[in-house]
Design a protein around this ligand. Structure first.
Ligand SMILES: [Zn+2]
Length: 447
């Protein structure tokens, strides 16, 4: 049992909250302490629902933490890439992440051998779609000798062929990463990797995590949304795509369609409109949404899960690279809210940084890391930005989770009241995180 004293709850100060058996048991003033009960003195800090990251790749995030950065800002040239690989710590496999062609062009097996030939190397493109392997890596994975070392959307193959030692290390890494997420107040995640399947369910069953996990994945997953990837230069046959949606719906599974370009978005939404939508169907990213697409989405009843943190992290790149006519349509927020489209938030870590507070801040300021602003009129209020991360896992953009008797004790305690915190949306404001009634993070010793 856990008693949290003197919290601010929905603007009301001086309340105590008791958690018992993973649920909120009591909310009131001056609750008496039970023998043996752990207490936290909140000193007037706001108590909010634990944050739920609606779009994250936990396994990939864990792996990226022991990976070599192979892209900007750390690595921007061939020479820097060579140095990064040469100085990679440890022995055995080198796993590189964040690569973009501006560093050293399109990579392949031979080019990578030139950079590093004495350890197996695999480097992931920043989009997450592609891996580049050197000869030793190709050999260890049992690829054809003629392979060019480019693997496109082959994460399942990689996972299946990497040796056991890698897998055991992975378990420890995932648990440590989960504990790190707790320091941001995160008590739940939606693992959105398209290749998640029944084996992923078994893997998660063995892990000791600080978050509840909702999995989406492919047809080999029994429930949870079906994740469908789209590439606008290789769109699937429209009938096959519609059938895939219909079959998922017949199995009671909503779909989550990856749409980062205008073409992908219009293709997905118009097909979903034809197939018919069910609750839980969602569009991931909707990175470029012009007004006609917005109107289509609003009509479809679909939910959108966005990543405002990418405004900050990649915004300067977008402003330089994306057609200026599209700038007002990049990672919109307010536009969805005004159109009545339910809007949830996720960080897309490791492709974005896993800090929901940075995402909230970017949703409010719309600022890039070099101080420019994207889509000023798309700004949310701090309260709306928080709500991106405080809804139920299966209903991003739906009603916020409540802190009331009978509800799950998944909570985030802040260092100050909301009237102060809203002007300083920063992860430093997380004083403690509680998942299932258990403290998973304390900034300073509170219990
Ligand atoms: Zn993603």
């Amino acid at each position: 049992m856990l008693l949290i004293r003197q919290v601010e709850l929905d603007g009301v100060v001086g309340l105590d909250v008791r958690c018992r058996e993973g649920r909120i048991d009591e909310v009131g003033r001056d609750l008496s302490k039970f023998p043996g009960e752990t207490t936290i003195d909140a000193r007037g800090g706001a108590l909010i629902p634990g944050l739920h990251d609606h779009h994250i790749h936990l396994l990939a995030l864990a792996a990226s933490r022991r990976s070599v950065r192979c892209g900007p800002p750390e690595v921007t040239s061939t020479a820097e890439l060579r140095t990064a690989l040469t100085n990679a710590p440890g022995t055995g496999w080198i796993r590189g992440v964040g690569y973009v062609e501006s560093v050293a062009g399109m990579l392949d097996r031979e080019i990578l051998d030139g950079f590093c030939g004495d350890r197996p190397v695999r480097i992931q493109h920043r989009s997450g779609k592609m891996w580049f392997l050197n000869s030793l890596a190709c050999a260890q994975l049992g690829l054809e000798p003629s392979s060019d070392g480019q693997l496109f959307r082959e994460d399942t193959l990689l996972r299946e062929r990497l040796d056991h030692e890698n897998i055991e290390q992975e378990t420890l890494d995932v648990e440590a990463t989960s504990a790190w997420l707790a320091s941001y107040g995160v008590t739940g995640i939606t693992e959105t990797t398209h290749s998640n399947n029944d084996a992923t369910v078994r893997l998660f069953g063995t892990l000791n995590l600080s978050q509840r996990v909702m999995l989406m994945g492919n047809e080999r997953l029994a429930d949870g949304p079906l994740k469908i990837m789209l590439d606008d230069y290789a769109l699937p046959d429209i009938d096959a795509f519609r059938q895939r949606i219909t079959t998922a719906h017949e199995h009671g599974r909503p779909v989550a369609v990856h749409c980062v370009t205008r073409t992908e978005l219009v293709f997905a939404v118009s097909t979903l409109l034809e197939a018919g939508t069910i609750p839980g169907d969602r569009i991931e990213h909707a990175s470029v949404t012009d007004d006609p697409a917005m109107e289509l989405i609003a009509r479809s009843g679909l939910t959108v899960v966005t990543q405002p943190n990418l405004i900050m992290e990649r915004g300067s790149h977008y402003l330089d690279e994306v057609d200026h006519k599209d700038h007002p349509y990049l990672y919109r927020c307010r536009g969805f809210v005004d159109a009545g489209v339910p809007l949830g938030g996720g960080t897309d870590a490791p492709f974005g940084r896993p800090d929901p507070w940075a995402a909230m801040r970017a949703a409010v300021t719309r600022q890039t890391d070099d101080g420019r602003v994207i889509g000023e009129c798309e700004a949310l209020t701090p309260r709306q930005a928080l709500a991106l991360f405080t809804t139920h896992p299966d209903d991003p953009g739906g009603p916020e989770r409540r802190i009331a008797p009978g509800e799950a004790a998944d909570l985030c305690l802040l260092t100050h009241g909301w009237s102060e915190v809203q002007h300083a949306l920063h992860s430093d404001v997380v004083a403690a995180t509680i998942m299932d009634g258990v403290v998973t993070f304390e900034r300073n010793k509170l219990t």
